[in-house]
Design a protein. Sequence first.
Length: 97
Amino acid sequence: MYQLADREGCEGRVFLRLLMERTGNGRKINVRQLAQAAGVSHGLIGNLLTGTSNKLTHSQASRVARRLGVDTGLLWEEIGRSVEALAEIPRQDRALV
């Protein structure tokens, strides 16, 4: 999972709004356009902007960042651990994690 990162002295949701005002191509994008381009619901983008939600999956977070023209790590920070990731590590090597 990824959550909005606080950047440039502002909350993640405010930073997201700033990036929407001027995307990587220099143009403004609205909630519905961003949602459609990222393959998520416009309600989810709305919830990110209002602070109702601040978390997305890795796939969703990277698609949002890509459409805004920024690196995923600029807008998002990884949280938690993935159970699937641990399952891929050979059993004998898990103690090293």
